[in-house]
Design a binder for this molecule. Structure first.
Ligand code: ZN
Length: 74
């Protein structure tokens, strides 16, 4: 009976570690793909930045507040 319990625990650990491994491998890859797909060009200085870092104004992307300020001032 104890053997079955141990076998069950081992199978459970294997299953959990396999499931964890699958998700940890899968999630960074997906995140990287999204980042790679969403690189935008700064309207002011033509620097490429990820859309997460970019600031959007009037349908245009800016790499920083400085570039945005330059655009809004001129
Ligand atoms: Zn810029």
């Amino acid at each position: 009976m104890i053997k079955f319990l141990i076998l069950g625990v081992i199978l459970y650990i294997v299953y959990i570690s396999f499931f964890k491994k699958q998700t940890t491998i899968k999630s960074p890859k997906n995140k990287k793909d999204i980042e790679a797909d969403t690189v935008v060009e700064c309207f002011k200085c033509k620097t490429y930045v990820s859309v997460d870092e970019a600031i959007m104004m009037d349908g245009k992307y800016f790499c920083s507040k400085e570039c945005l300020n330059d655009y809004t001032r001129s």
